[in-house]
Design a binder for this molecule. Structure first.
Ligand code: ZN
Length: 373
């Protein structure tokens, strides 16, 4: 998988052209064009399944995937489309540009037993609406952990409490997009509430891929000093301030890190993870969680898994990161997606009852997507 960053590769790829070419791959035309796209997708699903079956896992737990109201997600994609022309640096073609039911079918076909609906506001007055959508999404998507979000605004404590009471199992905060200070007074009681409830919050608080006024380890260190039991999951391993966030994880036993985009060719080209820090990851093995950013990634899903594998941390570490740590944190029982939990080499057990299991995609749900790199 080659990184799609012209900064990393030094190439002078025409950004507009390449975005266009990616879009053309997922156009209606290509959907109609014979066997290729579906075959490519099934091949990728087989590769993903081969990864966790080899490890003897029942599937994957992915703590960092994005599902949100369709028009919000389209805006996010527009943002990534504009990134190259905007910065003249990074191209970010979305690999899994498809409708929601198609994206759900894909992630289930990969064998992801549990995932999240990371959603986040960029302005006040939006979080509560997003949370309302997320309640409905969780209800109709039992393999998605009910996700909620927040913003420093009057009433935030009330709606966060309501979300926790209604069963939210994970929160998401995006410090760079929201452009707020995690130490904002309006959030102090919220951090206390989440710490007390033991509900994890995945926070994009590192300064990559682009810094914000309040990104970086400083503000988060302030929050943790006041709320040391907060179950903070640092997104993207804290990229690019990896070592500062590792410091925090070593200091606070409830701090975890998600692998989202870290170690991939794409991110290594922009913000390489320091090799000398790998041994610290081994020590933190129980608190590193698989995250991927599906579907908003500029490469194939399986690349994230191979990027973890090639670190050479060993199978125990991979099992912990890709399934066990997340399953323990969220109390995930038997794989609800219906993918057979036994390792490879054993024939799948017969389906229960209906010939088509509810959690599994039918061929009709599969869509074309470019397999980049
Ligand atoms: Zn994300």
């Amino acid at each position: 998988m080659s990184p799609r960053s012209s900064a990393a590769t030094g190439s002078s790829v025409n950004v507009a052209e390449s975005v266009e070419s990616v879009e053309s791959v997922v156009s209606a035309e290509s959907l109609e064009s014979a066997e290729a796209p579906e075959a490519a997708e099934s091949a990728e699903a087989a590769e993903v399944q081969e990864f966790w079956r080899r490890l003897g896992l029942p599937g994957l737990v992915d703590v960092h995937t994005h599902f949100m109201p369709e028009r919000v997600l389209r805006k996010v994609w527009d943002y990534f489309d504009g990134l190259g022309p905007l910065t003249g640096r990074v191209e970010w073609p979305i690999t899994y540009r498809a409708d929601e039911d198609e994206r759900l079918a894909m992630i289930r076909e990969f064998g992801v037993c549990a995932f999240t609906a990371m959603l986040y506001p960029h302005k006040p007055g939006m979080a509560q609406w997003l949370n309302g959508w997320a309640v409905d999404f969780a209800r109709r998507t039992p393999d998605c952990l009910h996700t909620a979000t927040l913003f420093p605004e009057p009433g935030v404590e009330t709606y966060v409490r309501a979300a926790v009471d209604s069963g939210a199992r994970v929160f998401k905060a995006h410090v760079q997009v929201g452009a707020y200070d995690p130490e904002d007074q309006l959030l102090d009681a919220v951090w206390g509430l989440l710490a007390e409830a033991g509900v994890p919050i995945v926070m994009h608080c590192g300064s990559g891929p682009s810094p914000g006024k309040h990104t970086g380890p400083g503000p988060v260190a302030g929050v943790l000093a006041r709320h040391p039991r907060l179950r903070l999951v640092v997104a993207h391993m804290g990229m690019p301030e990896y070592e500062d966030f590792l410091d925090l994880a070593e200091r606070y036993g409830e701090v975890r890190l998600d692998t989202t985009m870290a170690f991939t060719d794409f991110s290594e080209g922009l913000a390489p993870f320091p090799r000398e820090a790998l041994r610290r990851l081994a020590d933190l093995g129980g608190r590193v969680l698989l995250g991927t950013d599906f579907p908003n990634i500029p490469y194939a899903y399986v690349h994230q898994l191979h990027a973890l594998e090639r670190l050479g941390m060993g199978d125990d570490w991979l099992r912990a990161v890709c399934y066990e740590n997340g399953a323990r944190l969220f109390g995930i029982g038997p794989c609800p997606s219906g993918i057979d939990p036994r390792p490879s080499g054993i024939d799948p057990r017969p389906t229960r009852g209906d010939p088509v299991q509810p959690g599994l995609p039918s061929p009709a749900h599969r869509v074309a997507h470019p397999s980049i790199g």
